[in-house]
Design a protein around this ligand. Structure first.
Ligand code: NAD
Length: 420
């Protein structure tokens, strides 16, 4: 019996099984590594703007506490469930271990549609969620961060709610806060910047000149928008395709990114940006491009479209965008498509979150130049390790990244032993 059900959890479990087989982890050790330490479910009642009371369900899953506190984002999404949150917490563990951060993975969220809440309702959901979580989180137990559907403002409300209960400002309880309340320079951009940096590293390996290359990005929220603008402005790439949950656009001649950015800042979504260049969102990922960045939801590259991808580099900005069935197809196409797996590709976010936590604990703040230099250093180490391990073991980049992450968590558990 397990509470962790659904396709996303099954996916995390399957991926772990493949790596556990590769590492020859004995059967009796596997559940201890895979299953989360704690799962908390809470009811979140709020007053809506139309005078009614509405209750949302909230979750927090803490995967393991072996190497330090847990760390992970908070997702506000309509169909969120504990299985999905559990899978995301597990992926965070492998990601943190791969990057060498002293954390276990966690994830949380509320089953709500943030696009349908007013700003006041969103604040109520955010504050009540944090209030319900106070007994289970803390700067040395579990540190929250943003994820899909949440942003710097939500983190500021989390920080304020927690701090009100402590009686003093506790900025180190969440990362991804605005800089003015203890956030770090460079956190908002960190995930997208990291993705662009790793795309550049992969392109060097493949002898591609990015200034002559094109990219398609799915998702135009925090991760997607910063990935697209950094690929275009820092590396000179042409962005030929963009999409979100409301619309998708494709033009081989290149899309006007500045105009799109301004439009989304004003309207939140891509819908109705233009009547030209419109494409069915489900066809976006299979259009021709050099670099494909899924930066929205999980399970979008499946056995149905993996054989049709036309990119040279698949840079997984989202968590879990590729199903294990699609991985089998991509493994067969490894000479054509270079995969930068999610737990490496989007790790810039948690790396700079770690920097934010360290700065908050010390009350000593770094410049954006320092943050970016340290970010690139850790990404470089992780990228090099993954490439080396994949070559040495003859496995995919995903399995290499996971083998390193799982191996480090396993070593920690073995050294600490099993209490009592
Ligand atoms: P966000 O809420 O800022 O943006 C999400 C984007 O995805 C929006 O543009 C939304 O319209 C789009 N989207 C949602 N459902 C979609 C669908 N079915 N099809 C196409 N587009 C869809 O979220 P974000 O923070 O940018 O996170 C995006 C992904 O990156 C998630 O998988 C998240 O877990 C992952 N991630 C985020 C961070 C971070 O620092 N925010 C770090 C690591 C990984």
């Amino acid at each position: 019996m397990t509470i962790y059900t659904g396709p996303v959890f099954e996916m995390a479990k399957k991926q772990f099984g493949v790596v556990a087989d590769h590492l020859e982890i004995p059967e009796d050790e596997r559940d201890r590594l895979l299953y989360p330490k704690r799962a908390i479910t809470v009811s979140i009642p709020i007053h809506t703007d139309d005078g009614l009371t509405r209750v949302f369900e909230g979750y927090r899953v803490q995967h393991h506490l072996t190497l330090g506190p847990t760390k992970g984002g908070t997702r506000f999404a309509e169909n969120l469930n504990v299985g999905e949150v559990g899978a995301l917490a597990i992926w965070m563990s492998w990601k943190c271990a791969l990057a060498g951060l002293p954390y276990g993975g966690a994830k949380g969220g509320v089953a709500c549609n943030p696009y349908k809440l007013t700003s006041r309702e969103l604040e109520s959901v955010s504050r009540r969620y944090m209030q319900e979580m106070i007994p289970f989180v803390g700067p040395h137990t579990d540190i929250m961060a943003p994820d899909m559907g949440t942003n710097e403002q939500v983190m500021a409300w989390f920080m304020d709610t927690y701090s009100m209960y402590q009686g003093h400002a506790v900025s180190e309880i969440v990362t991804g806060k605005p800089v003015s309340v203890g956030g770090t320079q460079g956190r908002r951009e960190a995930t997208g910047r990291g993705i662009a940096y790793l795309v550049a590293r992969a392109s060097e390996k493949l002898n591609m000149d990015l200034s002559h290359c094109s990219a398609i990005v799915q998702g135009f929220g925090n991760v997607g928008s910063v990935s697209a603008t950094t690929l275009a402005r820092r590396y000179g790439m042409k962005i030929v395709g963009l999409g979100d949950h409301t619309a998708a656009f494709y033009d081989p001649a290149g899309l006007p990114l500045d105009d799109i950015e301004r439009y989304v800042t004003a309207h939140r979504v891509l819908a109705d940006w233009s009547k030209q260049m419109v494409i069915d969102p489900k066809d976006l990922l299979t259009q021709k491009c050099d670099v494909l960045v899924p930066a929205a939801v999980e399970r979008v590259i499946t056995e149905t479209n993996a054989g049709k991808l036309q990119c040279r580099i698949l840079a997984e900005g989202a968590n879990g965008p590729t199903t294990p069935e699609a991985d089998t197809i991509l493994d067969r196409r490894s000479d054509e498509i270079f995969v930068i797996p999610d737990i490496l590709c989007n790790s810039g976010g948690v790396i700079v979150s770690y920097f934010e936590w360290v700065q908050d604990l010390q009350q000593l703040f770094w410049t954006e130049t320092e943050v970016n230099a340290k970010l690139e250093k850790l990404l470089e180490m992780a990228f090099t390790q993954v490439i080396k391990r994949a070559a040495a073991d003859g496995i995919s980049n995903r399995n290499a990244a996971m083998a390193i992450g799982v191996g480090k968590v396993r070593a920690g558990k073995q050294l600490r032993g099993l209490f009592p």
